[in-house]
Write a protein that binds this ligand. Sequence first.
Ligand code: KG4
Ligand code: ZN
Length: 343
Amino acid sequence: MSDKIKILAIESSCDETAAAVVEDGRCVKSNIISSQIELHKLYGGVVPEIASRKHVEKVNFVVREALKEAGETLDSIDAIAVTYGPGLVGALLVGVAEAKALAFAKKKPLVGVHHIEGHICANYIEHPDLEPPFLCLIVSGGGHTHLVDVKDYGKYEIIGCTRDDAAGEAFDKVARAIGLGYPGGPKIEALAKEGDKNAISFPRAKVNDSKMDFSFSGLKSSVLNYLNKCEMKGEEVNRADVAASFQEAVVDVLSSHGVEAAKELGYKKLAIAGGVASNGAFRAKMIERCKEAGIEFYHPSPIFCTDNAAMIGVCGYYDYINGVRSGLDLNAVPGLKIGTRQG
Ligand code: KG4
Ligand code: ZN
């Protein structure tokens, strides 16, 4: 038996059923993801009931595979971490029930993990030098665009957030409007490569009373207005130019906000996390702006930006060594707030 701490992690908050084994918080021994994208594509977005059913079908399989690939067993792991919020309640419940059953049967400690805190912790996987404090810009779907002051392991303070849509939601809605379908982010990114990012001047959203908050619904409306106007005038829409110009507007706002916030708060380390953080144009702009500002920039590989269980294992490890333990009454909390424990 090694004295390394091995966490089995389970994630099922949206449309990926995932399990991973993480050693000592930084070393990913396995990372199994069963994506439901092909299924939800048919409906143009995630259908919660279908997501839950698929999680039920896949959860045992991903756990088995994660243990097998890591060369571990349920007996050799030290604790079980599971996402318990935020997310779709029926989807979360599947992972939570699985984790509770395994923890009960094998008498292992159970650690409920916050999904978005997991996204932040994805940065620790490939940056062994990264330690708190740092500033993290989280850009996901489902209302989650946040600037978070990562004060310490397990200590988070939200210093800015979106007032309306999350950046990922804006990608998904614009993708739908130009007929790209679900999932929007990767499709816009691919089409944008064929377009001119300066072709259309979309607004850079500002929130008047706060430097730290974001707003993306105005930009989304402006894209929709542009498309309507073209239709009314009988003009053909260059979808690649719309994708590229829209992406440029989002990336410009996110990167300038992130860097300005880091400067204002005196942070020399800035990380990004969440699905939109896998966007190449966003990463390139962050690299450029952080370099100009003399700020160290951190980002996870794309596979650790979108939903996965490895990030839950990392976050679960730090929670575990900080003494966090969940009872067998752990429940799914769909609206769980960053930096809080509930359920
Ligand atoms: O973090 P995430 O995987 O799930 C949530 O916790 O919400 O984020 C999903 C969001 C979706 O809105 C998706 O369109 C967006 O991330 N996304 C992207 C890219 N890949 C995923 N947005 C822009 N470019 C991408 N390559
Ligand atoms: Zn996520």
